[in-house]
Design a protein around this ligand. Sequence first.
Ligand code: HEM
Length: 190
Amino acid sequence: MRSLIIFTFVTILAFPVFAKKKGAPPMAAGANGDRTCAASKCHASYDLNSGDAKIFIEGLPEKYTANEVYEITLQLEQKRGKLWGFQATVADEEGMRVGKIISMEGQNTQLLPEEKYKSRTNRQYITHTVSGIRGSEKEKSPAWKIQWQAPDTSLVSPSFYFAFNVGNGNKKKTGDHVYTRVVTIAPDTE
Ligand code: HEM
């Protein structure tokens, strides 16, 4: 009985660490010089964007205001889709980070630790968590919510780079469809 109590206690403590652990590897959102999930040796069973998923990217303004925080919701729908993933980053034309991506508590997303890739770029990367690869409805991904805080000067036109993976649930990198989308917004100079 005592060992069962100890085991339960350790598992409850360890769960957040394990759940947070996975997610798509950094620099796979298709931004300047990045790979995508469909990089060779990864989810390369089908050509990029060759599947028939519906992709919803909501909440991005056409024009942004300095310092404003925008809430972006991402969701996918695809027949026979079982497990779902995404990665996103924001950059200007030179590939430099713009503003701040914020991971919202309880929204199945995680910011990848910058020390993992900061030698190569100052961009931030946000991706799904392990608990964030299962949708609540059949053939629909979770609705991942992320926030982006605009920089304190609205001079550049940032591009949001999104990579999505519709997994067939075989817990392997095969048989999955990968999609990329880029959304560029303008500064509100009024
Ligand atoms: C943003 C890009 C990516 C996303 C959204 C993503 C998402 C996912 C998802 C949802 C699964 C489960 C698939 C299933 O069971 O059907 C998965 C598994 C996997 N992915 Fe990715 N992935 C990405 C990039 C990559 C890259 C670049 C690699 C290779 C370096 C990779 C290697 C793997 C491997 C080996 C698995 C199998 C099991 C595992 O380790 O979890 N992925 N990925």
